[in-house]
Design a protein around this ligand. Structure first.
Ligand SMILES: Cc1ncc(COP(=O)(O)O)c(C=O)c1O
Length: 465
C-alpha cells in the first residue's frame, strides 16, 4: 500500500461500513463478531485489505471483471480527460467515446453492427428481452414472445433477468417471475448421468443436449418462441464449456424455427476465454450479444447490448408509425466514462497481446488443475476455456456425488489463508455448489498461476487430508 491511509485511519472506515453498508451476497450476522473485508488498494493481480494483507486475486475482483488488472493509469487518465471534457449527456445524442468505442467493438464482431449502451449486465439482457418482445408485437401480433433460457445459466439480478435464470437458489424467494420465459436442459457433460439420456459423451452428448432445445420449442410451439438466450460458457452455474457439436446444432435449430439467438457474454466477453467473445470459438452468428463486466475492466460502469443490422432494421422500417422505434432509455448509458475506459481497455488487450496470453496461460492452468486430480481424489473434473476455469469437487469419483457446500467453502477459505482469492459456485444449483472457480486477470503469468494452484493443492490437502 502507498501509506496514504494508515491502519488507524481505517478503523473508522470499518466501523462506518459495519454500521451502514449492506454488502452484496452477504449474510451480515457474522459482522456482529467479526469485521467485513474492505479492499483498499489493487495493483496488477494483487489487492490489499484493511489490515495491509496482500492477496493474489484469482477471480478478477471476485466476479470476473478486472480483466486487465488493477492500477491501470492509462485508463484512469482516459476517463479523467473525458470527464473534464464532457461527463454526461443522455444517450439520445451521441458522444465521442461512444461512437469510437462502438466502431472498435463492432470491428471485433463480424456480423454485428449496432451498440446500445447501458450500465449493467442485467440491464443489457433486459434490453435484448424488450427488443424480442417488441419484435413479437410488431411482426407476429405478440405471439412469438417466449424467451428460452438454459438450466444453470444466469442472466442477471432484476426480476425479468431472474425470470430467465436457470439457477434455482438464486431465484428462490424472489418470485413470482415474469411470464413467457421457458427453460431448456443444461449441457454439462460431467452431469449427463442425471439427465436420463443414457450414457452419451462428446459430440453425441452435444447433439442430444441441443436436440433437447428443439424438443422444448416443439412443445411450446415454434410460433410462440422469439429468442433463445445462452451463456457461451456458463459461469456461475459451474463453469460449463459446451460439448462438441452443441453450438452448431443450436444455430441450426434457431434458423429452422426463426428464433433469435441471444448470447450473454457478460462474463466471457472482451477476452476472458482467449477470443474477444466466447461465441467466436464456435463459429456462431448471434442476433444479440450482451456484455458488461470486462468491457472496461471495472474502471467505469458500462454494458452493451449489441445487435446485428437485421434486428436494428426492424426498429426503423416505418418512420410514419410513432411507436416504431426502440422506446427505451438508460440514464447512465449516457455516461461517457464507460466508453472512454472501454476504448483504452481494448487498446491494452491488443497492445499487450492479452488474448494470446489468456489462451496460453489458460491451457497451462487447466493442465495444472488437471494434475491435481492425481493427488486429490476429491477433484472430479477440471474444465474451462482461456482464463475461465473450474474444478468440480466430489466425494466419490465413480458416483460423482457432489462435495457438500460447506467443505467446498472450507477449501476456498484455506486457499485464502494462503494469500490467494478464489471463488466457488454460490447460491446457484441446489446440491451443486461444489465447483471452485478461477478467473485471474488476463495478464496472469506462469508464476501467478503456480501460486494459485499451489494454494489450492495445499488447501485440498488440509481440508481432505
Ligand atoms: C452471465 C451473466 N450475465 C449477466 C450478469 C449480470 O450482470 P450485472 O451484475 O452487471 O447486472 C452476470 C453477473 O454475474 C452474469 O454472470
Amino acid at each position: 500500500m502507498d501509506g496514504t491511509l494508515t491502519q488507524n485511519d481505517l478503523s473508522h472506515v470499518v466501523e462506518a461500513d459495519k454500521a451502514h453498508v449492506w454488502h452484496h451476497l452477504v449474510q451480515h450476522k457474522q459482522f456482529e463478531t467479526s469485521d467485513p473485508k474492505i479492499i483498499v488498494e489493487g495493483k496488477g493481480m494483487r489487492v490489499w485489505d484493511q489490515t495491509g494483507r496482500e492477496q493474489l486475486d484469482a477471480v478478477s475482483g471476485a466476479v470476473w471483471t478486472v480483466n486487465v488488472g488493477y492500477g491501470r493509469k492509462s485508463i484512469v487518465d482516459a476517463i479523467s480527460e473525458q470527464l473534464m471534457k464532457l461527463n454526461y449527456y443522455a444517450g439520445a445524442a451521441g458522444s465521442i467515446p461512444g461512437a469510437l468505442f462502438a466502431e472498435k467493438l463492432i470491428d471485433k464482431m463480424p456480423g454485428m453492427s449496432r451498440v446500445y449502451y447501458c450500465n449493467s449486465g442485467s440491464e443489457a439482457n433486459e434490453k435484448a428481452f424488450k427488443m424480442v418482445r417488441q419484435i413479437a408485437h410488431k411482426r407476429y401480433g405478440g405471439k412469438k414472445h417466449k424467451i428460452l433460457y438454459r438450466e444453470r445459466d444466469y442472466h442477471g439480478t432484476t426480476i425479468a433477468a431472474l425470470s430467465a435464470g436457470g439457477q434455482e437458489e438464486r431465484n428462490a424467494q424472489y418470485g413470482p417471475f415474469a411470464p413467457g420465459f421457458v427453460s431448456v436442459p443444461h449441457c454439462l457433460e460431467y452431469r449427463a448421468g442425471d439427465q436420463g439420456w443414457g450414457d452419451l459423451s462428446g459430440e453425441a452428448y452435444g447433439q442430444r443436449a441441443a436436440d433437447a432445445i428443439e424438443e422444448v420449442i416443439l412443445r411450446e410451439g415454434p410460433d410462440t418462441v422469439g429468442a433463445l438466450c445462452l451463456e457461451p460458457v456458463t459461469a456461475g452455474g459451474g463453469v460449463i464449456v459446451p460439448p462438441a457439436g452443441y453450438w452448431q446444432r443450436v444455430q441450426e435449430i434457431c434458423r429452422k424455427y426463426d428464433i433469435l439467438l441471444h448470447i450473454d457474454e457478460v462474463v466471457c466477453g472482451v477476452g476472458r476465454t482467449g477470443t474477444w467473445f466466447g461465441y467466436q470459438h464456435y463459429g456462431v452468428e448471434p442476433d444479440f450479444v450482451t456484455m458488461a463486466k470486462g468491457v472496461a475492466s471495472g474502471y467505469a460502469a458500462i454494458a452493451c447490448c449489441v445487435t446485428n443490422e437485421r434486428v436494428f432494421d426492424l426498429f426503423k422500417d416505418d418512420a410514419s408509425d410513432p411507436m416504431n422505434y426502440f422506446r427505451d432509455i438508460s440514464t447512465f448509458g449516457g455516461c461517457t466514462a464507460g466508453p472512454a475506459a472501454a476504448l483504452e481497455n481494448m487498446r491494452i488487450i491488443e497492445d499487450e497481446k492479452l488474448l494470446e496470453n489468456t489462451t496460453n496461460m489458460g491451457e497451462y492452468m487447466l493442465g495444472q488443475l488437471e494434475a491435481l486430480k492425481d493427488k486429490h481424489a476429491v477433484v472430479g473434473e477440471a474444465r474451462g476455456k482461456g482464463l475461465f476455469l473450474g474444478a468440480e469437487l466430489v466425494t466419490d469419483r465413480t458416483t460423482r456425488e457432489p462435495m457438500d457446500e460447506k467443505r467446498t467453502a472450507a477449501v476456498v477459505a484455506e486457499v485464502n489463508k494462503r494469500g490467494v482469492i478464489i471463488g466457488m459456485t454460490n447460491r446457484s444449483i441446489p446440491g451443486y455448489n461444489n465447483t471452485l472457480c478461477f478467473a485471474p486477470a488476463l495478464i496472469a503469468t506462469k508464476d501467478d498461476i503456480d501460486q494459485i494452484v499451489e494454494a489450492v493443492d495445499g488447501a485440498l490437502g488440509t481440508v481432505f487430508g
